[in-house]
Design a protein around this ligand. Structure first.
Ligand SMILES: O=P(O)(O)OC[C@H]1O[C@H](OP(=O)(O)OP(=O)(O)O)[C@H](O)[C@@H]1O
Ligand SMILES: Nc1nc2[nH]cnc2c(=O)[nH]1
Length: 178
């Protein structure tokens, strides 16, 4: 499908599932190399990263624990700029290597706040793995340890990313036609 309609918006194919899986293989290799013997706690940031987390975890061979937290800041296609509290973290992260699994770093506000919240809980280190990164949109000085693909500053859907809740189940990624 070259183009799709979600509600009032049209989106065109931007990144194929083959390209996504290739990037994920590379990220899992890099993470295996760095995290061996670190007993990492992998934290999937819901909702958007459910597909990325599932795919990257299937390729990651290092013994680890996987947990899920929630934190949402977007409505429609514009950021609200408001970052909500982290909910759902039940593990004690003191002294642990924590790896955040994000679908996208856009303005960087979400990940910057999350890293700060987690660093306040006494971990050994907090690393960030994001499938997608918009360098031209990022307003925060965040360290991204593993990046799948750098993309232009366009609103995208698919592979976990939504427009008003729709599009998350698409295996490919589509960008908004203006
Ligand atoms: O870098 P930023 O500009 O802060 O944007 C990135 C955040 O936006 C998306 O989440 P969203 O708030 O849309 O919630 P969702 O994961 O439930 O879709 C995405 O999953 C990131 O967490
Ligand atoms: N669906 C979607 N959510 C986002 N959250 C931050 N950036 C984006 C984006 O481009 N698309």
């Amino acid at each position: 499908m070259r183009s799709i309609q979600l509600g009032d918006k049209t989106f065109e194919l931007s990144i194929t599932s083959t390209e996504i899986q290739k990037a994920i293989y590379r990220m899992a290799d890099e993470m295996d190399r760095d995290l061996k013997d670190k007993n990492p706690l992998m934290i999937c940031i819901l909702n958007g990263s459910f597909m990325f987390a599932a795919d990257v975890m299937k390729k990651f061979t290092t013994p680890c624990q996987v947990s899920f937290v929630k934190l949402a800041s977007y409505q429609g296609t514009q950021t609200t700029g408001q970052v909500k509290e982290l909910i759902g973290l039940t593990e004690d992260i003191v002294g642990r290597t924590v790896v955040l699994l994000e679908d996208i770093v856009d303005t960087g506000v979400t990940i910057d706040n999350l890293v700060k919240q987690l660093n306040g809980m006494g971990p050994r280190e907090v690393k960030v793995a994001t499938l997608l990164f918009k360098p031209d949109a990022c307003k925060r000085d965040v360290t991204l340890d593993y990046v799948g693909l750098s993309i232009p500053n366009e609103f995208i859907v698919g592979y976990g990313l939504d427009y008003n809740g729709y599009g998350r189940n698409l295996p490919d990624i589509y960008s908004l036609v203006k």
